[in-house]
Design a protein around this ligand. Structure first.
Ligand code: G3I
Length: 315
């Protein structure tokens, strides 16, 4: 089979991976370049990474990833501008008036989006705004600015790079449920108000054998609102150790997810959250779980890899 990125291109889709900048050499770099048509910095563009001390910026890893992508004809998804997590201590621990918070938000977006103007395909402007029941998550931004922080961030991002597609991204919104319906209602209301919103990111941190049956229907209902959809952080974790039965189930799951995107015109593509099990967040966070990506620790493609290929028209 040809590389995944060629299969995806033939379907008009993008296939991406999250990457760590320092690893983009050797087999890791070769594989990322050969197989994927989009890169997302796993951490490098988060606020704590780019402005660890107020007014002192560190763009080294983010620049490296953007340059690597340009050299290999890849898109970049910027991740992420406004989030409750991975904010620098000076920001998270500060006590800010609403006016100060709004100014911090505006300046951050102008600076970061402006730096990469014209070079990024998309931005995850707002990350994880909802609780599981569909209420708004109580964050620094929500508590200080109310729900308006979302429209404000999107408006700022559009002003700083009119060419980048602007997304709201969240997890556990892959199937039709209370959280995805809250996201749906938000996007609908933003569209009605003329706020710039181009897409919805469904992170898709899934569990073996639990691909939501309503995934394609959910993608379609967002598409019908007039926005793009992307699966932005796909991984499918299993209880360790992996065995042939679990790996076969994982192949079927990956194939089902990618097929659901392939079936909807406005689904732009799928990004895996790390392409190798040696570069996955899962074992650090879910005790006893792992093997969540399409390549093993030694960069050998797993059955899951072939599930993706098959969903993209490969054999
Ligand atoms: O950089 C430090 C390093 O200096 C230190 O030695 C090491 C010790 O723990 O930590 C390193 O920082 C870690 C960082 O990843 C870089 O590897 C943090 O501890 C760790 O918490 C952080 O985890 C990231 C996580 O977001 C934080 O929430 C994961 O790599 C990253 O994959 C993950 O990505 C998120 C998406 O942004 C949003 N959706 C969920 C997804 C998974 O949590």
């Amino acid at each position: 089979d040809p590389p995944l990125r060629d299969l995806a291109a033939a379907q008009g889709k993008v296939i991406g991976t999250a990457v760590t900048g320092s690893k983009l050499t050797g087999t890791y770099g070769d594989t990322a370049a050969r197989e994927f048509s989009s890169l997302t910095p796993g951490n490098a563009m988060k606020w704590e990474s780019v402005e660890p001390t107020r007014g002192t910026y560190n763009w080294a890893e983010a620049d490296q990833i953007v340059d690597f992508a340009a050299a290999h004809g890849q898109q970049v998804r910027g991740h992420t501008l406004v989030w409750h997590s991975q904010n620098p201590g000076w920001l998270a621990d500060g006590s800010w008036t609403a006016a100060q918070l709004g100014q911090l938000l505006d300046d951050h977006i102008a600076t970061e989006v402006g730096r990469y103007k014209g070079r990024l395909a998309a931005w995850d402007v707002v990350n994880e705004p909802f609780n599981e029941d569909g209420t708004y998550r109580q964050t620094l931004w929500y508590n200080g600015l109310g729900t308006d922080y979302i429209a404000r961030a999107l408006t700022d991002a559009r002003a700083a790079d009119p060419a980048a597609k602007l997304y709201i991204n969240d997890y556990n919104v892959e199937g039709v449920n209370a959280k995805s319906t809250a996201l749906y209602n938000l996007v609908k209301s933003l569209k009605e108000r003329g706020v710039p919103i181009d897409g919805v990111g469904l992170q898709a941190h899934l569990i073996l054998g639990q691909v939501p049956s309503t995934l394609q229907q959910n993608i379609q209902r967002f598409a019908d609102l007039g926005v793009d959809v992307a699966l932005t952080e796909l991984d499918i974790r299993m209880q360790l150790p992996a065995d042939t039965t679990k790996l076969a189930q994982q192949k079927a799951d990956y194939q089902a997810v990618v097929a659901a995107c392939a079936a909807v015109t406005r689904c732009a593509g799928v990004t895996v959250w790390g392409f190798t099990d040696s570069d996955s967040w899962v074992p650090d966070v879910f005790q006893g779980y792992g093997a969540a990506t399409p390549y093993d620790e030694n960069y050998r493609p797993k059955p899951a890899y072939y599930g993706i290929a098959k969903a993209l028209g490969g054999s």
